[in-house]
Design a protein around this ligand. Structure first.
Ligand code: MN
Length: 291
């Protein structure tokens, strides 16, 4: 049996909103093409509107937004303006360059996840795109409702456009034991969002903990004492490791340097303009020796 490696997310805070960064970690940079995972909340009305992120650029990745509670307005340089609600998926493909802003709406609660998916060489320099998906396929896997966010799972397949062999599933666990089918050639991770979740009979993972499985497993036994919520992420191991710096993901450092310069020079041809009142976020200075 493939052994589950336990890893703890790094906790930070934005305006009273707790953020747990599950990826990247020093010893786990990617899970398939998943290269960044921030789990934020849950919080009540005082912090529900705390996330106000002004225009900033991305290259070489797809951003995936998934909410369990609250509402976030997405605005991007393609002219998209989309309010996202729980159960819906926002998928923004940066390709060669895009800019966007994210504004959480005030409300009774906020809880969600923001992911990045690294694009492989080729699509990493392709055209930007935005999709809002409201009708995601669901599979009942005996004791859990699995909503398929990206890729194939349990006979279903998400309509979201992807560029590598990848899977992302929201697991709404009702308690008891569930057997998840896995793709044996892929690596996988389970991130706990609510409750406690035991993998393959090990002691339960708590919120903010991630269990990682190297390729080789054909299934994963997930057990919970009561209701719980978790994410299953997986994919073909992504290599070579991409360069990740600020909001940029690229096969080479030179492409990151070019993107930093273009954004700070106000290159509208590359990144476009975002229709929002929020303030534009400049890129930090490049690291010494990077050019
Ligand atoms: Mn962003």
């Amino acid at each position: 049996m493939t052994e589950v490696q336990r890893r703890r997310a790094v906790l930070s805070e934005v305006g009273g909103l707790p953020v747990r960064r599950a990826l990247p970690q020093r010893e786990l940079r990617t899970v398939g093409a998943w290269c960044f995972v921030d789990h934020f909340g849950p919080v009540g009305p005082a912090q529900a509107g705390a996330m106000q992120v002004g225009p900033h650029p991305h290259i070489g990745l797809q951003t995936v937004t998934w909410l369990l509670a609250g509402e976030v307005l997405h605005t991007d340089s393609l002219g998209s303006e989309q309010l996202i609600r729980p159960g819906q998926l926002n998928l923004m493909t940066a390709g060669h360059g895009i800019a966007h802003a994210e504004s959480a709406r005030p409300g009774p609660a906020m809880h969600g996840v923001q992911f990045w998916v690294a694009l492989p060489e080729g699509p990493h320099a392709g055209p930007p795109a935005f999709a809002h998906l409201v009708d995601l396929p669901q599979a009942d896997v005996g004791g859990a409702t699995a909503t398929v966010l990206l890729g194939p799972f349990a006979g279903e397949r998400s309509p979201a456009e992807v560029h590598t062999p990848i899977v992302g599933v929201d697991l709404d666990l009702r308690g008891g034991r569930v057997v998840l089918p896995l793709e044996p050639g892929w690596e996988h991770a389970v991130l706990v969002l609510e409750g406690a979740v035991a993998l393959d009979g090990a002691s339960p993972l708590a919120v903010g903990e991630l269990g990682h499985l190297a390729p080789g497993a054909e299934e994963l036994v997930v057990s919970t004492q009561g209701p719980a919520r978790a994410l299953l992420l997986g994919g073909a191991p992504f290599g070579p490791a991409p360069v990740m710096w600020w909001n940029f993901v690229a096969p080479s450092r030179a492409e990151v340097v070019a993107a930093q310069r273009a954004w700070n020079a106000g290159d509208l041809e590359r990144f476009g303009a975002v229709a929002t009142d929020l303030e534009r976020i400049p890129a930090p200075a490049l690291l010494p020796g990077w050019g």
